[in-house]
Design a protein around this ligand. Structure first.
Ligand code: 5GP
Length: 181
């Protein structure tokens, strides 16, 4: 599973890993966030409303769930166990709160944290992305500081300074750690 503050380049890195390892399945999370332009239900996320999300909490259907930047995100127990039962390797993209819940479970997943080269670079990346308002950026930066403080809990930390180097580092972790090759 991979966590990173927003703007650390995680989406690009994950895209490259999935390209390099076609046998690796992506864990599609559920979220109450509205779809962004180009996002597809069932490919990027399963988009559900808060009522359904809460009903699933009550039924204990999430392996982990968390509120991130004001929206709810969860990993479905059924989705993950189905994939693992089929002998697939799974890549989870989840925030630090969710990752900690999984670290405390018995799933034994390898955890990776992606760091931006610095807080300043992170801010520049968020601003140049142009997708978020200043208020949202401020909230994401505050969250990023807290998330970066949690990096020691992870098995591996990768600094995304040079993108090619970061892709290499990430791929070599997957190469050695994948259970079903
Ligand atoms: P975004 O809305 O930008 O796609 O994702 C925002 C944050 O939610 C990212 O940090 C991402 O890792 C996290 N996230 C995505 N899916 C899940 C999930 O199933 N559980 C948790 N805990 N976080 C998630």
């Amino acid at each position: 599973m991979i966590s990173a503050p927003s703007g650390a380049g995680k989406t690009t890195l994950i895209g490259q890993v999935l390209k390099q390892f076609p046998q690796l399945a992506y864990s599609i999370s559920h979220t109450t966030r509205k779809p962004r332009k180009g996002e597809i239900h069932g490919r990027d996320y399963f988009f559900i409303d808060e009522q359904e999300f809460n009903a699933r909490i009550a039924q204990d259907l999430w392996i982990e769930w968390a509120q991130v930047h004001g929206n709810f995100y969860g990993t479905s127990r059924e989705f993950v166990s189905e994939k693992l039962k089929n002998g697939e390797n799974l890549l989870l993209d989840i925030d630090v709160q969710g990752a900690k819940q999984i670290m405390n479970s018995k799933l034994g997943l390898v955890s990776i944290f992606i760091l931006p080269p610095s807080i300043t670079v992170l801010l520049q990346r968020l601003e140049s992305r142009g997708t978020d308002s200043p208020t949202v950026i401020a909230r994401r930066m505050e969250n990023a500081r807290w998330e970066m403080d949690q990096q020691e809990a992870y098995d591996h930390v990768i600094v995304n300074d040079d993108i090619d180097q970061a892709i290499n580092d990430l791929c070599s972790i997957f190469e050695t750690k994948m259970r079903f090759l």
